[in-house]
Design a protein around this ligand. Structure first.
Ligand SMILES: Cc1cc2nc3c(=O)[nH]c(=O)nc-3n(C[C@H](O)[C@H](O)[C@H](O)COP(=O)(O)O)c2cc1C
Length: 257
């Protein structure tokens, strides 16, 4: 028995066909003024359940209800651009814990992020008591490979790997696991926006992500399920630095064809 199924209540269906119009799988048709499923198989994206004016279509097996939209919330486009322009990677954190309800909102931003083929393959590990142990495992791994990196990179030679090389004494770290790396990274970006809206600063730790994926010990400790990988690691805390202006970037590289 499938965990989730598309359910049609023909008593409620008014045959308007809006559901069929949004169905990416072309799996819905109107037959004698009622919606009909062509196949009992789709990606369960739920768009049909979100547009139906009479709530005639639903997906079974979820433990949460759909939330009705109260009007259209539009963000100011220039303010959105400024959020992107002035967002900075934070590596200096205050020694202040992040409240549980803020962490929950950040995780919710990750959970709600769209996934390719609606895979919903993204999961999260919040490092709390285990944060230092995970960091030390990554530190000892990087210390081992440093002599090799030093041969090729002056930047590597110039960098010390201390005990806080990965997490910069931040109070919280969230490791994002996914089958599809892109899905995990998209979740990470939305989580960063939600974190910033809550006054937090964020670092995307590509280094810890790399170390975790390369280390069977870290993967085992994180209980990364088979088929999944660490897609990204978010290091979070209240910023102990204030940026006064934007930073320069290359000019736009775009072609219109
Ligand atoms: C995918 C990704 C991985 C990153 N990994 C690290 C990292 O491991 N350590 C670090 O100090 N910064 C890391 N960064 C931060 C980048 O160095 C930073 O985004 C870039 O220098 C631009 O600075 P800004 O974020 O302040 O605009 C990472 C950024 C991205 C997008």
């Amino acid at each position: 028995m499938k965990q989730h199924r598309l359910m049609v209540d023909t008593n409620k269906c008014v045959g308007c066909g809006v559901c069929a119009r949004v169905c990416a799988a072309q799996n819905l048709e109107i037959d004698r003024k009622k919606v009909k499923l062509r196949l009992d198989d789709c990606i369960l994206c739920g768009q049909c359940t979100g547009v139906c004016p009479t709530k005639a279509i639903s997906i079974s097996g979820y433990d949460s209800e759909q939330i009705d939209k109260k009007g259209d919330t539009r963000l100011n486009p220039d303010e959105v651009l400024d959020v992107i322009r002035f967002r900075r990677t934070i590596r200096q954190f205050k020694q202040k814990e992040i409240p549980g309800e803020v962490i929950e909102k950040i995780l919710e931003a990750g959970r709600l992020t769209h996934t390719a083929k609606n895979m919903q393959d993204v999961s999260f590990v919040v490092l709390d008591q285990e944060k230092n142990r995970m960091e030390q495992a990554a530190v000892s791994m990087f210390k081992k490979i440093k002599p090799l990196a030093d041969l090729f990179s002056p930047m590597a030679r110039n960098t010390q790997i201390d005990d806080h090389f990965f997490f910069f004494n931040a109070p919280t770290v969230i490791v994002i696991l996914a089958k599809d790396k892109t899905n995990g990274i998209l979740a990470a970006q939305n989580m960063e926006f939600e974190a910033e809206a809550n006054g937090l600063g964020v670092l995307f730790s590509g280094f810890f992500t790399m170390a975790a994926n390369a280390s069977p010990k870290i993967k085992k400790a994180l209980k990364v399920p088979k088929g999944k990988r660490v897609a990204m690691t978010l290091v979070l805390g209240y910023p102990d630095v204030k940026f006064l202006r934007s930073v320069q970037r290359k000019k736009l590289d775009v072609r219109y064809m």
